[in-house]
Design a protein around this ligand. Structure first.
Ligand SMILES: [Zn+2]
Length: 88
């Protein structure tokens, strides 16, 4: 994985301020994604869990967990493209 990909939420693609899974990609922070509400290390622990969480989030209208953090002109399709290939 590219180093910038380590900052990306595996469920929704939002770039995080802190590494969701640590520098090595294996040490979850248990922080919550502002966008999809994923708890890193819990909702995104396996590929299946990632896909299930993403599906649930999209089915519920791709709503922001922290609406205040939502950028203007935000497009969820563009954000999803940030997700590293192994987690798509
Ligand atoms: Zn997310």
């Amino acid at each position: 994985m590219l180093s910038k990909e380590l900052y990306i939420c595996r469920v929704c693609g939002l770039q995080q301020d802190d590494l969701p899974w640590g520098e090595n990609g294996y040490t979850p922070s248990f922080n919550i994604c502002d966008c999809c509400g994923t708890e890193f290390g819990y909702h995104d622990a396996t590929i299946q869990a990632i896909k299930k969480s993403r599906e649930r989030w999209l089915n519920q209208g791709a709503k922001w967990f922290e609406p205040k953090s939502k950028p203007k002109n935000w497009v969820w399709e563009e954000q999803l493209r940030q997700i590293a290939a192994p987690f798509q």
